[in-house]
Design a protein around this ligand. Structure first.
Ligand code: LMR
Length: 333
């Protein structure tokens, strides 16, 4: 018996299976499209720090920000192929995968505030949406906030009529396409990493994004006006290649889940501040004029975008929209 044990450990040593101390770390490539100095950029760095700490260095997280590894569409393909293990695309980017339901988050004015959002993402509906990803070989781990979107362009956007004929860059969401069509604009799907140049060269006239994304991509330097509309939300689903995740040793998966939970809390506690700070910087720069809408102008925008709900019903289903609204309303009551 003893001889067998010694022989076995000699064989294990020869095979390089002597134990974790000598093992190569498991590499997780985490690719994303925004700057490091954004809610998602900072949260992915926080996840790296915690994951490496909790696994005692058995896992190494390589974060690739700013589309440095892949752009929007490529990164999802790369995740499915296993060339990258982790991503955090916005809710608006799952349609091309055949999962339309996340586009419900794109409906204009569907979320009055982040507290309401939390009710949805942390409730049964949020979990059910994550489960939809399984069929695509993807495991959904968490929801990370960015914040509310503003409209930017080289012309003043105050009334719905101002949007007529304006070319807007959009994310790959049909609900966002319907939103700009309802305003009479010309929406064009484009990867995030191409937006600055497209605005600079006039390929598109405007775009919608959060303050932190506008500021860190310097979009305010190539857009004369930004209208503070808060008409929609950008948030992320942190996803991992399912096969990779399922095949991790259980203790490692638990440590990574703990790191993810804490990185999520970190993200959701600081995203608002990131956006407030970016707003203040843009204002200070004086490069774009910031337009505030009166309550009447805000109401006109809401009315103009109402038809989007009907259009989205055929895409994501009326029951999902109703469930979302019911869940979010129960926060305020
Ligand atoms: C966009 O494409 O505008 C955003 O989704 C980018 C991001 O990840 O915040």
């Amino acid at each position: 018996m003893r001889t067998f044990a010694i022989a076995a450990s000699v064989a294990a040593l020869a095979l390089g299976l002597a134990g974790p101390a000598n093992a190569d770390p498991i590499i997780i490539k985490f690719s994303h499209v925004v700057a490091t100095d954004t809610p998602k950029g900072k949260a992915s760095e926080k996840f790296k720090e915690l994951a490496e700490k909790y696994t005692g260095g058995k896992v190494k997280i390589e974060v690739y920000p700013n589309s440095s590894l892949y752009k929007d569409k490529e990164e999802l393909e790369a995740l499915q192929l296993g060339s990258v293990q982790m991503l955090a695309p916005s809710n608006s980017k799952f349609g091309p995968l055949g999962i339309r339901e996340f586009e419900v988050f794109d409906l204009p004015y569907i979320l009055p505030d982040l507290k309401t959002l939390r009710k949805v993402t942390e409730g049964p509906l949020g979990l059910r949406l994550l489960k939809l990803l399984d069929s695509k070989g993807i495991t959904g781990l968490a929801y990370w906030d960015n914040g509310f979107k503003q409209m930017s362009a080289n012309k003043k956007l105050v009334t719905p009529a101002d949007y007529q004929g304006v070319k807007f860059r959009i994310q790959s969401s049909r609900v966002l396409q319907a939103q700009f069509k309802a305003l009479g604009s010309l929406p064009q799907v484009m990867a995030f990493g191409e937006v600055y140049q497209a605005l600079q060269t006039g390929v598109v006239d405007g775009q919608e994004n959060t303050w932190s994304n506008i500021y860190t991509q310097k979009m305010h330097e190539v857009q004369k006006y930004i209208t503070e509309t808060n008409h929609g939300y950008i948030g992320y689903v942190v996803i991992v290649n399912k096969k990779f995740w399922d095949e991790l040793p259980a203790d490692i998966r638990d440590q990574l889940s703990k790191a993810m939970k804490e990185a999520t809390d970190f993200n959701n506690a600081q995203s608002q501040k990131e956006n407030d700070d970016a707003f203040a910087e843009i204002k200070k720069s004086g490069k774009s004029e910031i337009i505030k809408l009166t309550p009447e102008q805000d109401e006109a925008m809401r009315k103009a975008m109402e038809p989007v709900y009907k259009d989205a019903a055929s895409r994501v289903g009326q029951p999902l929209i109703d469930e979302f609204l019911k869940e979010s309303k129960s926060t305020t009551n």
